[in-house]
Design a protein around this ligand. Structure first.
Ligand code: IFM
Length: 452
């Protein structure tokens, strides 16, 4: 397909910035992941730990100034539950004030804060009583959510209750590679229903506190969409991919939309507060996954990766397919009839060779999706600064800014410059990139879009 000649334009008011998570950047934390990193360091690919991470907890002002200086108009970050509530029921006021200052600093610098209150990690006291499987977890999560909202909710419009619940229940409870290292499909579904109840309880608390004060409060999860497809041509291929795709990409979301625990995680039980808990949809998109049947992979629902050799890949081996972002935005926008915010999209890229094209192509896909009816309000690149990438440690570099592991000095990469230009001009340079989406789907007139 020939490269487009005219640059595409993002509308005025469209949010542009980056996303991060406390455990990956802050340092100085004590939670279930930190305990694992200390006790079982062999689990982290490069032997790294988030002990110091990029020291963002102390350097947040300079870091935020750097991002704002690049013209960013939004910033997504997460609040660390373990810091705010170090013991059950004891809220640390200095930690809450810290996050209030992060929110205030974003505002002063002209960046819309997007606040996540659970991004994979848990306080150890909760992990030790069953974590997301604890029947009390929803009540405890709602109490913590309310403490956050009461302290800094006045300045926060966009909330994310739980980051990537599907990734969490898959990796921690089905594959068992993340804490608490359980390997059971039954437990994975129980964890999924626990995370649904937690989201519903927190959404209710955030709406109650915000509504009580007359603030505009928009709540979502950050849904990770990673379409699972089988190699074309075989008769069984669609069957192979259907179940993992359905459970990973749709089950949790459909439960939220219907307000019920749907099969296979439930039998239609109503979850109080779940219906109407999404005011918008936060979408994290990185890649599409091609798979094949594998009888040795029961915890992955009998599929294993079967990469398409001709498709370009990130340094983590993830296929780069901007068309997947276009498809996800258009189909989820139509299905859910909600405004969308791209809460994460990024590429692991050692030497910043892939990232410029990745940015142009994925932002181009966003513009195309909007032209095709998706009501997209913003795009947050994952991530501002190279940071601790969970089991990969510091080996996977997603950042616009490199961080020297010896000195922790920050060095913007060429892609940071490109993204800054896009933030300032709202123009996306033409770029012939890998896997650009062709064809458009489902156009819905702007008049039918939900107003928020
Ligand atoms: O680093 C993670 C983030 O914590 C959640 N979404 C995917 C990112 C890249 O793997």
């Amino acid at each position: 397909m020939p490269a487009r000649r005219t640059p595409r334009r993002l509308p005025d008011g469209f949010l542009l910035g980056t996303a991060s998570a406390a455990h990956q950047v802050e340092g100085g934390l004590w939670n279930d992941w930190m305990r694992m990193e200390r006790n079982e360091p062999w689990r982290i690919g490069d032997g790294g730990s988030a002990e110091l991470a990029i020291d963002h907890f102390r350097r947040y002002r300079e870091d935020l100034e750097m991002l704002a200086g690049m013209g960013h108009s939004a910033q997504r970050f997460s609040v660390e539950w373990a810091r705010v509530e170090p013991e059950p029921g004891r809220f640390d006021l200095s930690a809450l004030r810290h996050y209030a200052d992060v929110v205030g600093t974003c505002r002063r610098l002209g960046m819309e804060p997007v606040v996540t209150i659970h991004h994979f990690t848990l306080p150890v006291w909760l992990a030790d009583r069953g974590g997301v499987l604890d029947p009390e977890a929803p009540r405890l999560f709602a109490r913590y959510a309310a403490a956050c909202a009461e302290t800094f909710g006045q300045d926060v419009r966009w909330w994310v209750t739980i980051n990537e619940p599907n990734v969490l229940f898959s990796l921690a409870y089905a594959e068992g590679v993340w804490p608490p290292h359980r390997r059971s499909l039954v437990l994975a579904l129980r964890a999924g229903t626990g995370l649904l109840r937690m989201h519903a309880a927190a959404a209710t608390a955030l709406h109650r506190v915000g509504g009580g004060h007359g603030w505009r409060t928009l709540v979502s999860i950050a849904h990770h969409e990673r379409p699972v497809r089988a190699r074309p041509g075989s008769v069984v291929a669609p069957l192979v991919a259907w179940l993992p795709d359905r459970i990973f990409n749709r089950w949790y979301l459909l439960c939220c939309v219907r307000g019920r625990l749907l099969p296979p995680g439930g039998t239609g039980q109503v979850v109080p507060g779940l219906l109407g808990s999404l005011d918008y949809l936060g979408l994290n998109y990185y890649t599409d996954e091609r798979v094949r049947f594998d009888w040795r992979a029961p915890t992955r629902l009998f599929v294993s990766p079967d990469p398409e050799p001709s498709v370009p890949r990130s340094s983590l081996g993830w296929a780069i397919d901007p068309g997947g972002l276009h498809r996800a935005l258009v189909s989820l926008g139509e299905r859910l009839e909600l405004p969308l915010l791209v809460t994460e999209n990024g590429v692991a890229d050692e030497d910043d060779r892939l990232r410029p094209g990745f940015l142009s192509d994925h932002l181009g896909a966003v513009v195309d999706a909007m032209a095709d009816g998706a009501d997209v309000r913003g795009y947050l690149y994952w991530t501002g600064f190279d940071n601790f990438e969970w089991l990969e440690g510091y080996a996977a570099r997603f950042g616009l800014v490199a961080v020297d592991r010896g000195t922790l000095e920050r060095h913007p990469k060429p892609s940071a410059e490109l993204f800054a230009t896009i933030c300032r001009t709202h123009l996306i340079p033409s770029q012939a990139g890998p896997g650009r989406a062709e064809g458009r789907v489902g156009v819905r007139p702007a008049a039918q879009r939900k107003r928020i």
